[in-house]
Design a protein around this ligand. Sequence first.
Ligand code: FAD
Ligand code: NDP
Length: 460
Amino acid sequence: MTHYDLFVIGGGSGGVASARASAAHGAKVGIAEGDAFGGTCVNRGCVPKKFYVYASHFPDEVRAMTHYGWQTSEPSFDWDTLKRAVFEEVARLNGIYDSMLNKAGVTVYPKRATLEDAHTIRIGDETITADKIMIATGGKPFVPAIEGSEHGITSDDAFHLETLPKRIVIIGGGYIAVEFAGIFHGLGVEVHQMVRGDGILRGFDGDVRALVQEKMQQKGIHIHCQTSVTAIVKEANGSLTLSLDNGEKMATDVLMFATGRVPNTESLGLEAAGVACDDKHEIIVDEWQQTSIENIYAVGDVTGRGLDLTPVAINQGRAFADSHFGNSRRNIEDMVIPTAVFSQPPIGTVGLTEEEATEQYAKVDIYRSQFRPMKYSLAKSEDQVLMKLVVDGDSGKVLGAHMVGEDAAEIMQGVAVAIRAGATKTDFDRTVGIHPSSAEEFVTMREKSHTHTNDRRQAC
Ligand code: FAD
Ligand code: NDP
């Protein structure tokens, strides 16, 4: 029977990172992947999504071109060309993952694996043992139990639609819903987004939420707040009729659920191994990624710990490898986690929102700047950039930074380093801007927008 120092179940962001880093430290490592290496991010997440976002930007670029003197004929779009190009690239990346694992000396099992007990893994007819086991099986879309929900699709399917629909309804107000609303709108589809709450992106900074929602609506995306779909009926002509909780009916070609994700913990043998899950079926881990069983660990979306983001899963996996095979015990608890939403306009954010800071700090200063980006000023477009710093009014430390506008993700990565280093507003003020850029605004905001004092909710 083959025995490993570490066996990893799941070849996505967290699993591959755990396996490669552990092998690099000299461990004997095996990894099983039941689908395609690279997991959600490479095959049906970050990577294809970002390509589709790029594709959907071109109409705005073309509109702006004419204001810069370029003459163009009306462009047309071919959905099949986009799908083919993106998934050729995804296939190339799958191959790269496979060869990276081989080069690292990791034994690859291209099959689904299950646990038989705390040290035994079953892969088809084969039984394997390991000192340590890493579970990195990720998650899958959650579809609420609505009458007719089988007629809907999820983000997994959205990339592969046979034809580009004329109309789509997207249920949800989170990351996936707003990103796909922007994608489909940019590609020329009539988009309706159904949000059960009072606005999109619950949990993000209030100013950010409000501006992105306003700009999405201005572009022509129909956002229906406090609206739920209660039933879906498929008509003879293939279209869908939706019943809404306000009593109205709506017709659409495609309905997409973007209503959160659930962990892949079903039929994994967790009970046989004694691994405990919480009430959302997520594996319970401590800050060292250790489960309720001493030699079994879990990283990424399958756990209830940390944000469900690729770099989080990767860093958890690498920290595990360093701790167990590299003699450098560490976890990711003190890491700063910036995030971006590739909405249109996009968001970059790190640290506390204004709302969170006012709950936690006695005095909070807000610096805020909103302006039309230079690139679109000739085009006289409605685009706006928002930049915002949330500052501890007592120590001057920058607690959070938020941006809406082009390149927000690129800009926020650098700002996150400053925040991790504990930068104060004075440090920002003492940094010279790069001109002309949008980013320079982060170091030139001198006037406070407002201050929150002890009264926590009252801005003065
Ligand atoms: P996964 O990447 O899901 O990998 C789990 C792997 O385990 C899968 O390949 C699966 O096939 C395999 N598996 C499951 N069960 C078994 C088994 N029993 N045996 C063998 N293999 C098994 N994050 C970002 O940071 N930025 C983004 O822009 C971004 N965009 C996203 C867009 C979409 C549409 C989605 C859905 C997600 C996006 N995410 C993004 C989130 C990101 O994809 C996940 O956080 C990340 O992939 C989690 O990595 P993971 O290793 O935990 O799981
Ligand atoms: P989110 O948790 O971001 O959003 C889920 C949305 O669905 C929320 O608006 C939620 O509403 C709504 N919802 C949940 N249940 C129902 C229901 N029964 N009926 C109607 N609405 C419902 O999940 P996503 O699926 O958008 O994305 C999953 C995760 O993947 C993200 O949290 C993120 O971690 C990751 N991701 C990251 C991306 C990036 O980094 N750019 C891009 C895409 C995904 P409410 O707010 O009221 O609960």
